[in-house]
Design a protein around this ligand. Structure first.
Ligand code: HEC
Ligand code: HEC
Length: 248
């Protein structure tokens, strides 16, 4: 060690230089090169997995399933929605819901190229037409209004065995008429969930129902029945106001 002083002196100099850089924050060092092509800016990320993980998985689930919001990863969902609709929803969000607007043009953080990468990445990873066994799901949205009284009948035939009497929860599945739940979902989201099901749970997609696949009209009807149970004041634990007429 003592033979050559530079041996012990040199690493120390390097170490203290590193310390100075760490303490002062590298970006403040004069002469630091600006971001070169090797530095990936957030707007340059075009990898689907990264984009999805950073922006969507918190609500839609790690791999497009198991989240609180609709299972984008289901092959049924991928068959249900066209590219233009996906792009429009990701760009502008769904106003009045917690689904955010992601496009920079709408106040979000993603470029149009990143939104395209999300759309094509979803298709590449999750679309799987053969998983539908040749069946075509009912349309994502329907202009024919639902009928709540008929929907009560659909509920009894196809849903009550799991969601219990009146939708208030049963042995297999929880309540779907809970005021907080209904306050947080739109009728469109209910329709989408009923068509897509909830992968990884007993909740079937539109096709696997008893006594048979649900028709577009039956779905509209059961959504109208669910919608009719929305309380006007969902925060009120002991209903007594004008929204308390559902008899839940
Ligand atoms: C903060 C939670 C949240 C985040 C983050 C989020 N979403 Fe959503 N998303 C929702 C909710 C809630 C809905 C349903 C809203 C409704 O209609 O009630 C939704 C709906 C959607 C729909 C429409 C579903 C249908 O009915 O067809 C698409 C598509 C979608 N989200 C894609 C995405 C993508 C892609 C990302 C990431 C770039 C993302 N979402 C991030 C909460 C979120
Ligand atoms: C075989 C059992 C079964 C049947 C039949 C069934 N569900 Fe479900 N459903 C579930 C399960 C399990 C879940 C997952 C959430 C839970 O555990 O409560 C679920 C979830 C849901 C959700 C989402 C709830 C949430 O908290 O996100 C809705 C809405 C729903 N079902 C509506 C229906 C409707 C409407 C029908 C009839 C057309 C129906 N379900 C039939 C078992 C079933």
């Amino acid at each position: 060690m003592s033979r050559n002083d530079t041996r012990s002196y040199f690493p120390l100099a390097v170490a203290s230089a590193v310390m100075v850089m760490v303490l002062s924050g590298c970006s403040h060092l004069p002469g630091r090169p600006g971001p070169g092509p090797e530095v990936v800016q957030p707007s340059d990320v075009l990898k689907f997995n990264t984009l999805y993980h950073q922006n969507c998985s918190g609500c839609h689930g790690a791999n497009g399933t198991g989240g609180a919001a609709v299972s984008l990863g289901s092959p049924v969902y991928q068959a249900l929605v066209d590219d233009a609709t996906l792009r429009r929803i990701i760009t502008n969000g769904l106003p009045g819901t917690v689904m955010p607007a992601f496009a920079q043009s709408a106040g979000g953080t993603l470029t149009d190229r990143q939104i395209d990468a999300l759309v094509s990445g979803m298709r590449a990873q999750w679309a799987n037409p053969s998983a539908l066994g040749g069946n075509t799901p009912p349309p994502r949205s329907s202009s024919t209004p639902g009928n709540a009284a008929r929907g009560a009948g659909v509920y009894l035939t196809s849903c009550a065995m799991c969601h219990g009497p009146g939708g208030r929860g049963g042995e297999v599945a929880g309540s779907i008429v809970n005021g907080s739940f209904l306050a947080l979902v739109t009728d469109q989201e209910l329709r989408t969930m009923i068509i897509v099901g909830v992968p990884g749970t007993a909740m079937p997609d539109w096709h696997d129902h008893v006594p048979g696949p649900l028709s577009s009209q039956e779905i509209s009807d059961v959504v109208a029945w669910l919608g009719a149970q929305r309380r006007k004041f969902p925060g009120q634990p002991y209903p007594s106001g004008p929204g308390a007429s559902t008899g839940e």
